[in-house]
Design a protein around this ligand. Structure first.
Ligand SMILES: Nc1nc2c(ncn2[C@@H]2O[C@H](COP(=O)(O)OP(=O)(O)OP(=O)(O)O)[C@@H](O)[C@H]2O)c(=O)[nH]1
Ligand SMILES: [Mg+2]
Length: 291
């Protein structure tokens, strides 16, 4: 008997969704940073065993959209509410802000099993997470609740068997060799964006989009040209930095990661361009893959 299905990871920004996806996949598919709104797309991680295929989906964190890009991001979240066989609802145990009533209502209404994962217990006291377990039990009575640390791998080994027991009998949805739905260029874009999130403050990371214009695999070396779009001329200056030092650091860090990811030498050229207010422009967003 073969089981397969869609297991959709949802939660507020910064809950640790992408960290969990990477942990469950045993590979860094999604970028992770300490900043909220790191993930902008829906990313599938396809986990394969002989008699099992789990299509995990990582999504942007749920928020109140303030501009077009965020609206598109919430569109990905809404998609993931519609095609789930199982929900993994991630909650940050250290987050004391209001819970997302939107998600609570959806999970209660949609007739799909949910596993609530109280994450980051490595940095919280047991009394604290016990309190959260009780709270979430009252909010979503149908869900099973598990305290975990996605980062440290605490209790994460319990998640796969749990999912397997919940998934329906089904043939695989994807080729068993495939581990993601995204093309190589996506991982280049995201890796560069991760370095920008890590190296710059305030608005800069949010005003940036990365597009890989060229990806030429020549056997031993991959030649990559990537374009970084910013919204304003002033941001371009900040991104490049004094004598180009800042952008050079981004390039070096991204190249090292990408060499590991692709298992090859990488030759990376980065260019910076202004595309005025692209985050508010539907045509630009469409071109950048936010459909
Ligand atoms: N201490 C601790 N930190 C964690 C854990 N899981 C994730 N983090 C950290 O939390 C931050 C956010 O993690 P992400 O995986 O990017 O969170 P996300 O939910 O994907 O965030 P968005 O993509 O912005 O919605 C990062 O700094 C992670 O290292 C955990 O179990 N313990
Ligand atoms: Mg994420």
């Amino acid at each position: 008997m073969h089981k397969a299905g869609f297991v959709n990871i949802i939660g507020k920004p910064n809950a640790g969704k992408s960290t969990l996806l990477n942990k469950l996949m045993g590979e860094k598919l999604a970028i992770v940073t300490q900043k909220a709104q790191t993930t902008r797309h829906r990313i599938f991680g396809i986990y394969n065993e002989e008699d099992l295929q789990i299509v995990f989906s990582d999504t942007p964190g749920v928020l109140e959209p303030k501009y077009n890009l965020q609206e598109k991001m919430m569109g990905f979240v809404k998609d993931s509410l519609q095609d789930a066989d199982v929900f993994l609802f991630l909650v940050d145990v250290t987050d004391n802000s209001e819970p997302s009533e939107f998600l609570i209502e959806k999970i209660n209404k949609i007739p799909v099993p949910a596993l609530i994962l109280i994450n980051k217990i490595d940095i919280s006291k047991p009394e604290n997470w016990e309190e959260k377990v009780a709270f979430w039990h009252s909010k979503i009575p149908k869900a099973e609740i598990l305290p975990i640390s996605a980062l440290e791998g605490f209790n994460t080994e319990l998640i796969l068997p749990k999912i397997k027991s919940l998934l329906p009998e089904s043939p695989p949805y994807y080729d068993k060799e495939q581990f993601t739905d995204k093309p190589e260029r996506f991982f280049v874009n995201e890796n560069i964006r991760e370095k920008i999130l890590l190296n710059y403050d305030k608005e800069i990371p949010y005003a940036v989009e990365v597009v890989t214009e060229q990806f030429k695999d020549k056997g031993k070396i991959i030649f990559i040209d990537a374009l970084i779009y910013v919204e304003r001329e002033s941001q371009k200056g900040i991104l490049i930095g004094h004598k180009g030092e800042a952008i050079k650091k981004v390039g070096t860090e991204a190249r090292k990661d990408l060499e590991e990811f692709f298992g090859k030498k990488i030759h990376l050229n980065i260019f910076v361009k202004v595309k005025k207010d692209w985050r508010k422009n539907d045509r630009d967003l469409k071109r950048f893959g936010y459909n």
